[in-house]
Design a protein around this ligand. Structure first.
Ligand code: 13P
Length: 256
């Protein structure tokens, strides 16, 4: 694995699962199991209501906390929204932006995704920007065009010095929650192309510093082969992050 220039990041996305009362048992177990996190950074992205507890529980550990969404606005009369500066003040470090579930069910356009990326970066936090094609788009052979457009639009107007702080998660929609994983070769092929886009936009030094994750039915069995690929610098894990033992096994695969 070429991890010389960039961090390997293993991030769990709980989505809308678990309860506030589950946080303590989960964090206790994960802290114990993942006590020897060495070569990667670990992030746990909980629902908003569990973030304060998670931040407290992972304090003084090598595990960071992330949110799953954020407002594109800085502050003001936006009922029900949560701003990036509120997350930062809480001790949150990462924010998932543009997950395919938000794009599909909550009308998040590429323009909104871009505004959220900027809000996160301006607050000094790290966005995990999700991109990926549908199964129909893959069958039509337009994966590269779709992903390229999503990456370019998410980054439009983002200055070079901020791009090093972003993480991109390639999550083919057909692989999310389906048990169908992209082959390591197919996943790495798209991740390599994403890096090429960043290189074309921002130059080689910036491109090699950006962490590009794979997400979509990653589990303890397939993680090692996926993470061994040159351009796959980590994972964004849904279902398998809900059990500390499974998540810790994936962290172990990244530590090899
Ligand atoms: P699964 O790991 O459950 O397929 O979810 C992937 C994902 O969407 C992470 O953001």
């Amino acid at each position: 694995m070429n991890k010389k220039y960039r961090k390997t990041i293993i991030a769990g996305n709980w989505k809308m699962n678990l309860l506030p009362s589950d946080v303590k048992p989960y964090t206790d177990e994960l802290r114990q199991l993942a006590g020897k996190v060495r070569h990667c950074e670990v992030v746990v992205c909980t629902p908003f209501v569990m973030l304060p507890q998670a931040v407290k529980a992972f304090r003084d550990s090598r595990i960071s906390v992330g949110a799953q969404n954020v407002s594109d606005k800085d502050s003001g009369a936006f009922t029900g929204e949560v701003s990036a500066s509120q997350l930062r003040d809480l001790g949150v470090k990462y924010v998932i932006v543009g997950h395919s579930e938000r794009r599909a069910y909550y009308g998040e356009t590429d323009e909104i995704v871009c505004a959220k990326v900027k809000a996160v970066l301006n607050a000094g936090l790290y966005p995990i920007i999700c991109v990926g094609e549908t199964s129909a788009q893959r069958e039509q052979g337009v994966t590269d065009e779709v992903v390229s457009m999503q990456v370019k639009l998410a980054l439009s107007g983002v200055p070079a010095e901020k791009v090093r702080h972003i993480v991109i998660a390639y999550e083919p929609i057909w692989a999310i929650g389906t048990g169908k994983t992209a082959t390591p070769e197919d996943a790495a092929d798209v991740c390599t192309k994403i890096r090429a886009i960043i290189r074309a936009l921002y130059g080689a030094r910036t491109a090699r510093a950006v962490t590009i994750q794979y997400g979509g039915s990653m589990n303890p069995k397939n993680a090692y082969d996926l993470l061994a690929m040159h351009d796959i610098d980590g994972g964004l894990i849904g279902g398998a992050s809900l059990k500390p033992a499974d998540f810790a096994a994936i962290i172990d695969a990244a530590n090899q």
